[in-house]
Design a protein around this ligand. Structure first.
Ligand code: GLC
Length: 427
């Protein structure tokens, strides 16, 4: 045989081999057609994305007729909200399942953008969920989403450094200032207290915690009380944290993740953040492993500390072409078993109260016991289809206060006037 024919035979053999591999890896056409693909839209998950993909892979193996495609949005809740309002207003069917911030559900339900999911949970099952998120997903007596994971603001502290200087975790804001003033000058490159101060939703969560921790509020029994003396004092205190150097000015442009990195690099003594951060700091290889403590936020003297209730809910797009498959995914992700896995792996905190009694979870994450109480006491932002309009008013005013551009008196008086208009329009 000549060299030419040898090359020809080799090429044909290779081609057949490649064709065989290609055909055997691809699903048969009938199988492909029977499988439905659903799109799950959610915000960027911190840490290793393959951890969440593994949970979705499990769903696919338990439901071989459904494939799930993940589509990720930016981490900022405000940007995600913008995406949904534009696309759902345009009646898109490009995604089936969506993850919603606790503050959006009444707005989306009222607009008719999400399916009524009341049939997914019996009264008895609903009573196991924390009351805060349950209230948030209920609109006119119907359930429009299933609470997926819960958030509440908590205080992270450097246990090793507090021990070194003989301090315990502070219960009051003055206690926090005292510890920071004593410790930071004695350590190299250490900020006192960092939090989320960029002009966005996270800032509102932080400011409300200071208001509430001083006995203030936005609305009390339907009355607008945002310009109360308690709130003015609390807002002035926040500005003062920056002026006195306890909090670095970079906080006025920081969201959750930058603060998580700064604290994670050992550059801050205290940080306010959501519970997800704990798993990342305690992962193998983390420089802070074992050195971080978690505690309820401090309050002002004689007042009760109250965290902002946060968290994400799973809903189904009203315009989805495959609502049955979408509902299956919602049920799966919010099931006790999968919530437990997400708590252990990603650090998402369960919305089902019974999981806080789970012996394995309690042994692995002992602080989950104290989180249960923090979650029970956490306060929701005003639950209203008009909340997003209110926050659009609060964000620039609060940002102006902490940046020293406006006095708390002027900014809160102006906030009051603008929110008053929104509430009047709602009547
Ligand atoms: C977290 C909370 C959410 C809040 C957001 C603010 O994602 O779960 O409720 O609105 O942070 O940045």
């Amino acid at each position: 045989m000549g060299t030419r024919s040898t090359i020809f035979i080799a090429a044909i053999t290779l081609l057949c081999f490649l064709l065989f591999i290609g055909c055997s890896e691809r699903k048969r056409p009938s199988e492909e057609a029977a499988r439905s693909i659903i799109v799950f839209k959610h915000g960027k998950i911190s840490g290793d994305p393959s951890i969440f993909r593994a949970i979705l892979d499990r769903f696919e193996s338990e439901n071989p007729e459904i494939s799930v495609r993940e589509e990720t949005l930016p981490a900022s809740t405000d940007e995600q909200h913008q995406f949904y309002t534009l696309n759902l207003e345009g009646r898109t069917s490009d995604f089936d399942v969506l993850s919603m911030d606790v503050i959006w559900v009444p707005e989306f339900a009222r607009a008719g953008w999400i399916r009524d999911l009341s049939h997914l949970a019996s009264e008895q099952e609903r009573s196991d969920f924390f009351p805060g998120p349950m209230e948030a997903v209920t609109y006119r007596g119907r359930m429009y989403a299933v609470p997926w994971y819960l958030d509440a603001g908590v205080l992270y502290y450097r246990k090793d450094l507090l021990d070194k200087y003989g301090f315990s975790p502070p219960r009051t804001w003055n206690g926090l200032v005292e510890a920071a003033q004593h410790i930071t000058p004695r350590e190299k490159d250490l900020y006192g207290y960092i939090w989320q101060g960029k002009q966005y939703e996270g800032l509102v969560c932080n400011v409300l915690e200071f208001f509430w921790g001083n006995g203030g509020d936005v609305l009390k029994e339907g009355r607008l009380v945002i310009d109360s003396r308690e709130n003015m004092e609390a807002a002035a205190f926040m500005r003062n944290l920056i002026e006195s150097g306890i909090t670095p000015p970079l906080v006025t442009t920081a969201m959750e993740e930058p603060t998580r990195h700064i604290f994670g690099n050992g550059r801050a003594l205290f940080m306010r953040n959501w519970p997800y951060v704990w798993n990342i700091y305690n992962a193998e290889g983390s420089p802070l492993r074992g050195k971080v403590g978690i505690a309820p936020l401090p309050s002002f003297p004689g007042k009760t500390p109250i965290s902002t209730l946060g968290g994400w809910q799973l809903g189904v797009n009203r315009f989805s072409r495959n609502p049955e498959a979408a509902e299956k995914l919602v049920r799966f992700l919010s099931s006790p078993d999968v919530q437990k896995t997400a708590a252990i792996t990603i650090g998402y905190k369960p919305t089902r109260r019974s999981l806080y009694q789970d012996a394995e979870l309690r042994a692995m994450q002992p602080f989950i016991v104290s989180l249960h109480d923090i979650f029970m006491k956490a306060r929701p932002r005003p639950v209203s289809p008009y909340y997003m309009m209110m926050t659009q008013v609060m964000q620039p005013e609060f940002s102006a206060i902490i940046s020293g551009i406006r006095s708390p008196e002027a900014a809160l008086a102006s906030t009051r006037r603008q929110i008053q208009h929104i509430l009047e329009a709602d009547r």
